[in-house]
Design a protein around this ligand. Structure first.
Ligand code: HEC
Length: 164
C-alpha cells in the first residue's frame, strides 16, 4: 500500500513538472522570450514614435540612439530577410550577438543593445530565441546608419543631453 502511494506521488510530480515543457514548443518559448526580454520594444518600427507597427514586429527601428562621442545606432531588422535582416546569420551567430554583443563581422555592438543583461541566457532559451527569429516572416526593411560621431544623421534619434 505504502509503495502504491509513493508511486502515485512520484508519478504525479513527474507529470506536473513535465506539463509546461510539453505544452510550450521551442518556437512558442522563443516568441515569449522576444516579448518579455523586450526585443520588440527596441527593434519594432514605430515603437519610439508611440505607434509600434505590429504588422512588422522586429523589422527594425527608424529611430536611433546617439551615444556621445560614438555615433548613432539604430536597432536593426531581426527578421530573416537576406539583404536587410538576419537571413544570412546562423542561429549561433544570433546567439553570440545576443549574449556577447559581437557580430559575425567582429564588430562589438554598443551596449544600448542589452547584451550584458542577456549574457546568462541558458542554452535552451538562447536556442529557442534564435530559432524563433529565423522562423519569422522575412520583412524587407533597411534601418539607417549606424552614423559615426562626425557624420550627419539622415534619420531621427534619441540622445543624451549633458547639463551645461
Ligand atoms: C534597449 C534597446 C534594445 C533591446 C531591448 C534589444 N536590442 Fe538588439 N540592438 C539594439 C541596438 C541599438 C542595436 C544596434 C547596435 C549597434 O549597431 O552597435 C541592436 C543590435 C542587435 C543585433 C545585431 C544586428 C545587426 O544586424 O547588427 C541583434 C542580433 C539584436 N540586437 C538582437 C536582439 C534581441 C534578440 C533582443 C531581445 C532578446 C534585443 N536585440 C533587444 C537595441 C536593443
Amino acid at each position: 500500500m505504502r509503495q502504491i502511494v509513493w508511486t502515485a506521488f512520484i508519478m504525479g510530480g513527474i507529470l506536473m513538472s513535465g506539463l509546461p515543457a510539453v505544452a510550450q514548443t521551442q518556437t512558442q518559448r522563443g516568441e515569449y522570450l522576444v516579448t518579455i526580454m523586450d526585443c520588440t520594444g527596441c527593434h519594432t518600427p514605430g515603437t519610439f514614435l508611440g505607434k509600434p507597427d505590429m504588422q512588422r514586429p522586429l523589422a527594425g527601428s527608424e529611430v536611433g540612439f546617439q551615444i556621445p562621442g560614438l555615433g548613432i545606432f539604430y536597432p536593426p531588422n531581426l527578421t530573416p530577410d537576406a539583404e536587410t535582416g538576419l537571413g544570412k546569420w546562423s542561429e549561433d551567430d544570433i546567439i553570440k550577438a545576443v549574449r556577447t554583443g559581437v557580430r559575425p563581422d567582429g564588430r562589438q555592438l554598443v551596449p544600448i543593445m542589452p547584451y550584458h543583461s542577456y549574457g546568462n541566457l541558458t542554452d535552451a532559451d538562447a536556442k529557442a530565441l534564435a530559432r524563433y527569429l529565423k522562423s519569422m516572416k522575412p520583412v524587407r526593411n533597411q534601418v539607417p546608419g549606424p552614423f559615426g560621431p562626425n557624420e550627419k544623421p539622415t534619420a531621427a534619434y534619441l540622445t543624451v543631453v549633458m547639463p551645461q
